[in-house]
Ligand binder design. Structure first.
Ligand SMILES: Cc1cc2nc3c(=O)[nH]c(=O)nc-3n(C[C@H](O)[C@H](O)[C@H](O)COP(=O)(O)O)c2cc1C
Length: 387
């Protein structure tokens, strides 16, 4: 069990979504504007369906703060569903492939409605709120997390910069304006054909200290924890750190990152002067952050609910019937980039709270500075012994 935890509750068309964030340190000034900004971004991106025009997600902080500053008590976050009509919705008659409809209703011995309402990606809104809350902590520690769309519908969008105003001006949240219109056109064509599109989203974490996570036990590994959290996001079907699957295709000499040392920087930065000319490992080696940017990629499958309805069967008669159609997005890859970014932010914050054990921001900052100083001294001592 990690020191910082989050549980969510709520159905897609229930009254509200709730998250309880437990273990969040005291002394962090709440930035609800940042949380609402991330929520708004999650609702946007070209290709979303009508639901997003019905909801105006704004976080309500119900506990764990005093005069806008966290107290260390559990923080309850809530988002009201404007489109709360759960009890009025009909039971779908034919389960949709690519959804929990069939397996879940057998698993829980309920109708399809009960499982699809909870399985819906509406739940990601409250996870974004929890992740954005964690960004306020990370910002205090000068750790920054951002995400963007890396490819969509097979169209590659390699980032041309890290200027987030470029991403925020992009209808599909890329850092490559040159390909945006081609992506928008691809989404339009898919929509016309009653089809949907998936893509790859990328998250970068900057200025992580060396030593988040651990090599010592499988469930302490930072890459494993990130992978679990990202894979749990609805419709994510693959997670890569650094080169990821590409590493399996290359010889070792084109995968391993060399280690250099620049004495000019040995005392001033979080990497003690160690420099990696490449970052194929994506900032994590042996389950431990190595001070380089953490690079996480996630593959999001296309939306399963197709307007050109897929084949299914009637749950009562077992006769062939097109899958039930629920109002749906054509493409939610831009939204997924926001979700993955915030889910990663949560895991980084959890690793920070675990390493720099502290009940308050001040304690965490002090522990961080003290451990950094100790690490630097031990490195210097090794240097003295070696000379
Ligand atoms: C932001 C976002 C929005 C989504 N919107 C829809 C949607 O409108 N229609 C749909 O069928 N699936 C949508 N999905 C995907 C489903 O929630 C997901 O495929 C389903 O719950 C089954 O889970 P799985 O794909 O992880 O196995 C969305 C996913 C995300 C991340």
């Amino acid at each position: 069990m990690t020191a910082l935890r989050c549980m969510t509750a709520g159905e897609s068309h229930g009254p509200a979504l709730t998250a309880i964030v437990e273990g969040f340190p005291a002394g962090v000034a709440l930035d609800t504007a940042l949380i609402d900004y991330e929520l708004k971004r999650r609702q946007g991106g070209y290709g979303r369906g009508k639901r997003q025009t019905l909801e105006t997600d704004r976080v309500i902080v119900e506990s764990g703060t005093y005069h806008g500053v966290t107290t260390g008590a559990p923080i309850a976050l809530r988002l009201v569903n404007n489109d709360a009509k759960l009890e009025r919705l009909l039971e779908p008659t034919a389960p949709r492939g690519g959804h929990v409809d069939l397996a879940g209703s057998i698993n829980y011995q309920t109708g399809i409605r009960q499982v699809l309402e909870r399985a819906s990606a509406r739940e990601t809104a409250i996870r974004v709120a929890a992740g954005a809350l964690c960004k306020t902590l990370l910002r205090e520690l000068n750790i920054h997390v951002y995400g963007y769309v890396r490819s969509l519908g097979g169209i590659d969008a390699p980032p041309l910069s890290s200027d987030l105003s470029v991403r925020d001006a992009s209808p599909v949240y890329t850092l490559n304006p040159a390909v945006d219109s081609a992506i928008v056109a691809a989404i339009d064509s898919a929509k016309e054909a009653g089809d949907t599109l998936g893509g790859v989203v990328e998250t970068i974490v900057l200025n992580c200290p060396i030593g988040l996570g651990s090599h010592a036990q499988w469930d302490r590994k930072l890459d494993a924890r990130i992978a679990l959290a990202v894979m749990s996001v609805q419709a994510i079907k693959g997670v890569e750190i650094g080169l990821g699957f590409e590493a399996a295709r290359r010889p070792g000499s084109h995968v391993m990152d060399p280690i250099d040392f620049d004495p000019a920087h040995s005392s001033e930065d979080r990497r003690f002067g160690f420099r990696r000319p490449s970052n194929n490992a994506g900032g994590i080696e042996g389950g431990t952050s190595n001070g380089e940017p953490i690079v996480v990629r996630a593959a999001k499958k296309p939306i399963s609910t197709l307007a050109a309805r897929t084949r299914s069967v009637n749950m009562e008669t077992k006769a062939p019937q097109p899958a039930s159609y629920e109002r749906s997005d054509v493409c939610a890859v831009p939204a997924a980039s926001v979700i993955v970014e915030n889910v990663v932010a949560f895991e980084i914050a959890a690793a920070v709270v675990e390493k720099y054990v502290g009940t308050s921001l001040a304690a965490i900052k002090a522990a961080m500075a003290a451990i950094h100083e100790l690490d630097r001294k031990l490195l210097d001592d090794r240097g003295d012994r070696g000379s």
